[in-house]
Write a protein that binds this ligand. Structure first.
Ligand SMILES: O=C(O)C(=O)C[C@]1(C(=O)O)C=C[C@@H](O)C=C1
Length: 365
C-alpha cells in the first residue's frame, strides 16, 4: 500500500474516533449540567451553591492517571482531562479567579494549570489585592505565590494571611524556567540592562555573573513588566518565562538560564470554602507561641510524637508586638482526620493561638 493510502486509512480512523470522543465529551458536559441542577435543587434557603469541588477534581485527575493505558504520559492525559473538567465547570457556573498579575506572570500560568483555561482570570497589581478581591467576594478564588525552591518564602503572601480571614483551598506547583528575552530591535551585542523581578534575578544570579557580569540588573515589579519594557528599548533584555515571551512577542537569546534545574514555585489557591478530605491532603496553620525558651520545641513535639510529616515551617514577625513571632506550618493530613484533630488540640494547649488556614488536596499536576 502506498504511503498516501496508508495515511488516508489512518485519517479516516482518526476522524471517526474524534467523532466518538466529541460525543462522549458532550455527554459528560450534559452530566455536569445535571450536577449543577441537582446542587441547586438541594440548596437550603439562603445557602449558596458550591459548584467547584477541589476534592472531586483531585480524585478525577488521579484516577485518570492511575488507569492511563498510554502511550500518552500521565501528565499529558491529566492535562487534557483538566481542560475538559474546566469547560464542564464553566457550563455549571463560570469561575472568577484573581491572580498576581500582570498578564504573562508565572502566577497566571499557575492559575491556568490549576483551574484550566475556561476560568475567567483577573490580574491584580499586588498580592494583597488578590486577598482583598477574594475577601470582598468580587472573585471566587485567588492565586498567589508562597514559596520558591531556590529563593524561599514569599513574605507578602504569608503576611497577608495575618490580615485576612481566608481559607487555603488548594496548592499548585510550577517548574520555573527563565529565559533571556529580547525584542526585534534589540542590539544583542550592546546590552546595557537586564530587567526582571528581584526573585528571578536572584534565581539566575550565577548565570548572569558568568555571561553578563557587566550589564546592569534592574529589578522591576514583575517578569511580565520586564518583558513589556524590552519591547521598546533597543539595549535592554528581560528575564521572564514562556507566557511573557509569547504575550510580548519576544525571542529567546538564551533558554532555561535558572541556576538550579529543579527551580519550582508553589502557589496557593485562596477562597472561602472548606475542602473535604481526599485521603492525600495537606494542612496549613499559623501558630503564635509565648516568647520563652523551649516554646518552638513544645510546639513541634506533638507532630513528632504522632508521626506527622511536616513539609514546611516559616517564621514571620507577628506585627502585634516587638520581637514576637508567628510560625507558618504545613503538614501532611487533613484537619478532619482524628489524628490531626488530636495533634491540633495538643498544640492548642501549648501555644498562645492556633489558626487553621485550610486543609486541601496535595497538588496533583
Ligand atoms: O462532581 C461535581 O461536583 C461536578 O461539579 C462535576 C465536575 C466535573 O466536571 O467532573 C465539575 C466541577 C467540579 O469542580 C468537580 C467536578
Amino acid at each position: 500500500m502506498s504511503e498516501q493510502d496508508q495515511l488516508q486509512g489512518l485519517r479516516v480512523r482518526i476522524d471517526s474516533l474524534d467523532e466518538k470522543i466529541l460525543e462522549l465529551i458532550s455527554e459528560r458536559a450534559r452530566c455536569a449540567e445535571e450536577v449543577a441542577r441537582v446542587k441547586m435543587a438541594a440548596l437550603q434557603p439562603g445557602e449558596k451553591p458550591v459548584f467547584y469541588r477541589p476534592e472531586r477534581e483531585a480524585w478525577v485527575l488521579k484516577h485518570i492517571m492511575e488507569i492511563n493505558p498510554g502511550p500518552l504520559g500521565n501528565e499529558e492525559v491529566a492535562r487534557l482531562f483538566r481542560e475538559i473538567m474546566s469547560s464542564c465547570l464553566a457550563l455549571e457556573h463560570p469561575l472568577k479567579v484573581a491572580y498576581l498579575g500582570p498578564e504573562g506572570t508565572f502566577t497566571q500560568a499557575a492559575t491556568l494549570k490549576h483551574f484550566g483555561h475556561a476560568v475567567v482570570s483577573q490580574p491584580m497589581a499586588a498580592i494583597d489585592e488578590v486577598f482583598r478581591e477574594v475577601a470582598a467576594g468580587a472573585v471566587n478564588f485567588g492565586v498567589v505565590p508562597v514559596e520558591n525552591s531556590t529563593e524561599g518564602a514569599v513574605n507578602h503572601t504569608l503576611d497577608s494571611f495575618l490580615e485576612h480571614d481566608l481559607v487555603i483551598c488548594g496548592e499548585v506547583e510550577l517548574r520555573i524556567h527563565h529565559h533571556l528575552l529580547v525584542g526585534e530591535n534589540t542590539k544583542t551585542n550592546k546590552l546595557s540592562r537586564i530587567y526582571s523581578h528581584a526573585q528571578s534575578l536572584a534565581q539566575c544570579r550565577k548565570w548572569l555573573d558568568a555571561h553578563y557580569p557587566n550589564v546592569e540588573r534592574v529589578a522591576v515589579s514583575s517578569n511580565a513588566d520586564a518583558a513589556k519594557r524590552v519591547k521598546s528599548e533597543w539595549s535592554s533584555a528581560a528575564i521572564a518565562g514562556d507566557m511573557a515571551a509569547q504575550l510580548y512577542g519576544l525571542t529567546k537569546l538564551a533558554e532555561k538560564i535558572e541556576d538550579r534545574p529543579d527551580n519550582a514555585t508553589r502557589f496557593l489557591i485562596i477562597g472561602n470554602q472548606e475542602v473535604p478530605p481526599t485521603g492525600d491532603d495537606k494542612t496549613s496553620i499559623i501558630v503564635s507561641t509565648s516568647n520563652k525558651p523551649g516554646a518552638l520545641h513544645d510546639l513541634l513535639a506533638p507532630f513528632h510524637q504522632n508521626g506527622i510529616d511536616l513539609t514546611r515551617i516559616e517564621t514571620r514577625p507577628s506585627r502585634s508586638g516587638k520581637w514576637t513571632y508567628v510560625f507558618f506550618i504545613d503538614f501532611v493530613g487533613h484537619q478532619q482526620d482524628p489524628l490531626i484533630r488530636q495533634v491540633l488540640e495538643q498544640i492548642g494547649q501549648k501555644t498562645v493561638a492556633v489558626k487553621v488556614l485550610g486543609s486541601y488536596p496535595k497538588a496533583v499536576l
